[in-house]
Design a protein around this ligand. Structure first.
Ligand code: HEC
Length: 167
């Protein structure tokens, strides 16, 4: 009787131990999967600096499209700029202690609306004014994020020479 109880007890302990082992293994596996997921996300998420370089390419191309009065191309570039801004908001809502997402929206939206209106009106004067407003917004945010050394301006050379700006 005692012996069989002891055997049963030992059996229970073994079962419990293996269940615990199983739980430990599952936990370890889950932790590893989470680690790999973060690693993958980090590897495939473009950094803020990379997206900013993309943004500056669009910014420069937009200028030449507007100067050439190529309104469909300017319209395209404004939309690409907006999409990039949305992507930055989603991927990098914070930069150090700064809420980049909110700043981006607050600072760039008025200039982008002006740009859209200028493109729709096909007015180069309005376009130039709106463009400078956008550039001022870029620079204001660089100051706000302690990156005052990064100063944007009207470009002097097209960012791409294989893209035709003339309509
Ligand atoms: C929300 C604030 C904010 C706005 C608005 C903003 N930037 Fe930036 N930008 C930053 C920050 C922060 C960095 C530094 C990123 C880093 O250190 O990783 C940066 C970096 C850059 C860089 C340097 C990238 C590099 O590493 O070579 C360029 C170029 C740039 N921005 C262009 C622009 C242009 C063009 C605009 C406007 C169309 C703009 N930025 C608007 C915050 C902003």
């Amino acid at each position: 009787m005692l012996r069989s109880a002891l055997v049963t007890l030992l059996g229970c302990c073994a079962l419990l131990a293996s269940a615990c082992d199983g739980a430990d293994q599952t936990e370890a596996l889950e932790a590893r999967i989470a680690e790999l997921q973060t690693e993958l996300e980090d590897r495939f998420t473009p950094g803020l600096h990379t997206l900013m370089v993309d943004l500056s390419t669009r910014h420069a191309a937009l200028w030449f499209a507007g100067e050439a009065r190529n309104w469909p191309l300017a319209d395209y570039m404004v939309h690409e700029l907006e999409e990039l801004i949305e992507e930055i908001e989603e991927l990098h809502p914070m930069y150090r202690e700064v809420r980049v997402a909110e700043l981006l929206r607050e600072m760039t939206t008025p200039a982008i609306e002006l740009l859209e209106a200028a493109v729709e009106e096909e007015s180069r004067d309005d376009f130039r004014f709106a463009y400078d407003q956008l550039t001022t917004a870029c620079n204001a945010c660089h100051i706000a994020t302690d990156r005052a050394a990064i100063v944007m301006q009207r470009p002097t050379v097209p960012p791409l020479t294989n893209l035709r700006f003339d309509p």
